[in-house]
Write a new protein. Structure first.
Length: 134
């Protein structure tokens, strides 16, 4: 298996876009002043916006579990969910990533609306997603 050092790994995911069945569906990475990937922002399949923030000091890194928290909207500005999870990026070739993510989303507002209509649903939604960083 081909191993790369930390600097090469950061270069592998620099200036990429993300697409997949995940939150966000189509996203773009955000870097801090030290060029560490701290978050991703984008558009989700609920016609809203998604934001994920990576918790590790060195940001998102390939070939390890990366924990994150996030939030998103539906129908542009309707508050939809808050999430906690982990993403595992697999290094493909030298400049692309395939990522698996899993976590738990909390949809409090939607649950309250459904309960007001007499429909009881859990606000906790487990999920699994995948994405490509191209």
């Amino acid at each position: 298996l081909h191993r790369v050092d930390r600097r090469q790994r950061q270069m592998c995911i620099r200036d990429r876009s993300q697409i997949g069945l995940d939150f966000p569906f189509l996203g773009w990475p955000r870097y801090d002043e030290n060029q560490v990937l701290r978050s991703i922002r984008g558009i989700n399949l609920g016609f809203g916006f998604s934001f994920r923030y990576f918790m590790a000091e060195d940001g998102l890194q390939p070939e390890r579990f990366n924990f994150y928290w996030g939030w998103g909207t539906m129908l542009l500005f309707w508050p939809a969910y808050v999430e906690l999870g982990a993403i595992y990026p697999f290094l493909m070739d030298s400049d692309k990533l395939f990522c698996l993510s899993f976590g738990l989303a909390v949809q409090v507002l939607m649950s309250l609306i459904m309960m007001s209509q007499g429909i009881v649903i859990s606000p906790f939604v487990p999920f699994i997603g995948w994405s490509f960083w191209l």
